[in-house]
Design a protein around this ligand. Structure first.
Ligand SMILES: [Zn+2]
Length: 477
């Protein structure tokens, strides 16, 4: 009997559609209801038990999958977020590593009428709710892809699926687990990551680079307690103005350009060329999918420069503040301190430790008026730049995209951060990467109205199955 080497993609898509409708979407709906915020956003995550509930849900779903030889284990090291480790035996010595995460960002405000972070709502192609697209679907879709291969008896390499619970906090616990599981993980020659984005919902997108992240809290203290603003202004400098001054050291407030040279890198010519080639396809995603206020517009610059800004240049967001009462409680007081949380994305190839040091130094040195200025940094995360794409993967991605979407595959750099990719890239320099995901136009992960584009999820699952089949065939060639 001959063994088929290639998936019947029509059959695979029909099966993916069925698995999504009957098994994945009901589980995802249940998953969305669990407020399992990442440890960085919920100091009492252990006591609350939400993370364990989410792990139990995913573990239970995965264990039920009709995949021969499937092993599903939950690993728990003391004081650390758990990790789900799964293994599917394969043909031959090779390994494919599939990665995703099940911790979530906090709620954020601004959800539209009828939508909520913790209550799933399906409208048309979209399943709304926190963490469905980022990245709750990844465990389900990874195993569904393997299942598509099994249904058709198509051979594949051994598959390891790793689902962590700390990605949104910078994956602080993952290196320890990777060390512990090193022998079990083996040496993957293909890494599939389903935690990334797509430029539209019409084709397969692979991510060629990610930015890193340096973050922390900047605090400016000028008094030990608040005082009457009528008595103090003109004598006591405002902590807010000092903070503005300090921020202007690191960011040009007119252009948004980051002024600390250690946070920049030289943009590789090949990446610039790739962005020039895909910019027009991304025009809509870059310019029109943000929820602009009436009359508001993006930073100055042509489209290609905006995409380079997002992928290969540092940029700052101020994500939270303390020391300021809510507006309703704001009396005429000169406040004693102002603190803000800074989130600085850094380009690939920039060392996050050196970047964090330079950033801290720029913020803290020579404080105006002798104010107490501190920057308490979090552990930074590296960006990532894909190794050269192997011809087999390029061909397989394109074939898969044409088969499941009817359009060629596309690639792009992402402005977000997936710390694990940099760790893997360092550890397995020979590995190829298919980094992709469902975070496309308006999907708004981390913000309000996050949704998962359901047809994208179904087709992407098929693409992953076909690429894993091609990965096996490449060894045969
Ligand atoms: Zn994510």
């Amino acid at each position: 009997m001959s063994v088929p080497q290639q998936l019947d993609t029509t059959r695979a898509l029909a099966s993916s559609d069925r698995i999504w409708e009957e098994e994945i979407l009901p589980a995802l709906a249940e998953y969305i209801r669990i407020p399992n915020k990442s440890q960085g956003f919920d100091a009492q995550w252990r006591e609350h038990g939400h993370m364990e509930r989410a792990v139990a849900l995913v573990e239970g779903w995965c264990k039920k999958q009709p995949i021969p030889g499937l092993v599903v284990e939950v690993h728990r090291l003391a004081g650390r977020a758990p990790v789900i480790f799964m293994e599917v035996p394969g043909t031959g010595p090779d390994t494919v590593l599939l990665y995703g995460h099940l911790d979530k960002q906090p709620e954020m405000t601004g959800w539209s009428e009828g939508l909520s972070p913790w209550e799933p709502v399906r409208r048309g192609d979209r399943l709304y709710g926190r963490g469905g697209a980022d990245d709750g679907y990844s465990a389900f879709a990874s195993l569904a892809a393997v299942r598509l291969l099994h249904e058709q008896g198509v051979p594949h390499a051994r598959c390891v699926v790793l689902i962590e619970a700390g990605e949104e906090s910078g994956s602080p616990d993952l290196p320890v687990y990777i060390h512990e599981l090193a022998a079990r993980i083996g040496k993957p020659s293909l890494v599939v990551c389903l935690d990334s984005g797509c430029g539209n919902y019409e084709q397969l997108w692979s991510t060629t680079s990610l930015r890193g992240l340096v973050g922390g809290v900047l605090r400016v203290e000028i008094l030990t307690e608040g005082v009457h603003s009528g008595a103090a202004t003109g004598i006591v400098p405002s902590s807010f103005r000092i903070l503005r001054q300090i921020l202007s050291r690191v960011e040009d407030e007119q252009t948004g350009e980051i002024l600390v040279k250690e946070l920049h890198t030289e943009i590789p010519a090949a990446r610039r060329a790739q962005i020039e080639a895909s910019a027009e396809t991304l025009r809509h995603e870059v310019l029109e999918t943000f929820p602009w206020a009436p009359g508001a517009r993006p930073l100055a610059g042509i489209l290609v420069e905006l995409i380079l800004n997002r992928t290969w240049r540092p940029a700052l967001a101020v994500t939270g503040a303390e020391g300021m009462p809510a507006l309703a409680n704001a009396g005429n007081v000169l406040r004693p301190f102002t603190a803000v949380k800074l989130s600085m994305r850094i380009p690939p190839r920039v060392d996050p430790h050196k970047a964090a040091q330079a950033f801290k130094q720029a913020l803290e040195h020579d404080p105006p008026y002798g104010a107490r200025v501190t920057f308490s940094g979090e552990s930074g995360a590296s960006g990532w730049d894909a190794p050269p794409l192997a011809p087999w993967l390029e061909a397989a991605s394109d074939e898969a995209s044409r088969a499941y979407f009817g359009k060629p595959a596309m690639s792009m750099g992402e402005g977000g951060t997936i710390p694990f990719m940099a760790m893997l890239g360092e550890k397995f320099p020979e590995a190829q990467f298919l980094i992709t995901g469902v975070l496309g136009p308006q999907s708004n992960a981390h913000g309000p109205n996050e949704f998962l584009h359901i047809p994208m999820g179904k087709r992407l699952t098929g693409c992953v199955a076909s690429v894993i089949a091609a990965h096996f065939r490449r060894a045969e060639r």
